[in-house]
Design a protein around this ligand. Structure first.
Ligand SMILES: CC(C)(COP(=O)(O)OP(=O)(O)OC[C@H]1O[C@@H](n2cnc3c(N)ncnc32)[C@H](O)[C@@H]1OP(=O)(O)O)[C@@H](O)C(=O)NCCC(=O)NCCS
Length: 307
């Protein structure tokens, strides 16, 4: 009779990183993982907590990984997340992901979290939900009591399709005392204050974009005051990742967003990328109209109410 192999669960430690990287590279068939990317997803999480990250072992080999995290008080709701989850293809359908998830849920219930979600972690996420081609993950979500509440999409832009410059529009804006320029370190405080009210959750990504040299942020100033911004290379560094961007409601419809979008796309092209990814969208028509963006990937979003 075939002997049933059993797995054990342990908390993740730094020494497990390389094995987890190999596991993710094997399990995520529609994505590729660099060392830097996985490092950012685990250690770059602003609420990184080793007590929420597990590995599963079979005879000393790491065959499962699950990273949880949380975000408190997003419009008065406390969210827990599975940011990433991977089980070695040869070890799937043995309850490994389920047993790691149950540990996470138990821990997050103790911390009085209200809702669990899958993937779509603000500030530092890999993907904004589940790509439905990961069908076992959808089955997993349904089986563990999650409900699909929304969809979202990543768009892609062909960076070779046009020049990312509209001099006429820039002149028009200048005539209205609106200047578009790359953010400098000394603009940081004003930019953080500008986003504090409406887009507080984006402050973290803007911090990340400021880390690039030069800062991967462009701003628009009206009479010297910041009124709009766009950023790239903030999340999933090493990938041509656009965003976030925002324009003050009073100045929308003037073409500022277009010029700010173009500035980031020009940066990404200069960095040698052939396409840009505009993730977790949002206003598809805006990006499609100005940059010919197309839906490249869809994600289903799932949640489970805990309390
Ligand atoms: C998703 C994934 C982590 C599941 O790991 P797993 O250890 O095989 O999952 P489990 O054995 O714990 O499955 C739990 C339940 O999910 C459902 N499920 C999981 N895989 C399934 C599949 N291939 N077909 C149908 N149902 C499936 C089942 O209902 C299962 O319970 P059951 O066996 O009692 O019926 C694994 O398939 C994987 O690594 N996929 C690639 C990466 C990925 O998609 N990650 C998630 C992105 S957010």
């Amino acid at each position: 009779m075939k002997k049933k192999r059993i797995h054990t669960l342990q908390q993740y430690h730094d020494k497990d990183f390389e094995a987890v990287l190999t596991l993710c590279q094997n399990a995520y068939g529609f994505d590729s993982f660099s060392r830097e990317l996985l490092h950012e997803k685990i250690y770059g999480d602003p609420f990184f907590d080793l007590n929420l990250i597990w590995i599963a072992l079979e005879e000393d080999e790491i065959v499962g990984f699950l990273m949880g995290t949380y975000r408190m008080d997003i419009r008065a709701v406390n969210y827990g997340y599975v940011k990433m989850m991977a089980v070695n293809p040869s070890c799937q359908r043995k309850g490994i992901a389920r047993s790691m998830y149950e540990l996470l849920e138990k821990e997050l219930r103790l911390r009085k979290l209200d809702v669990m979600r899958l993937g779509d972690v603000p500030m530092n996420y890999f993907m904004p939900g589940i790509d439905p081609r990961y069908t076992p993950a959808l089955c997993f979500a349904m089986r563990l009591g999650f409900n699909r509440f929304s969809d979202t999409a990543n768009l892609s832009v062909d960076l070779s399709a046009q020049e990312w410059m509209d001099e006429e529009k820039i002149k028009e804006l200048e005539a209205d005392n609106i200047e578009v320029l790359r953010a400098r370190e000394e603009d940081k405080k004003e930019l953080m204050d500008f986003v504090a009210e409406e887009w507080k959750l984006w402050q973290y990504e803007l911090e990340m974009a400021f880390e690039n040299e030069p800062p991967a942020i462009h701003i628009a100033k009206l009479n010297g005051k910041i009124k709009a911004f766009s950023a790239h290379s903030a999340n999933n560094k090493g990938m041509p990742w656009f965003g976030p961007m925002g324009t003050h409601p009073d100045l929308r419809g003037k073409g500022i967003g277009k010029i700010l979008l173009f500035a980031c796309l020009a940066d990404l092209k200069n960095l040698g990328f052939h396409q840009a990814i505009i993730p977790w969208v949002g206003p598809i028509d805006f990006y499609s109209h100005h940059a010919g963006a197309i839906v490249e990937r869809v994600f289903w979003r799932y949640e489970k109410k805990l309390n």
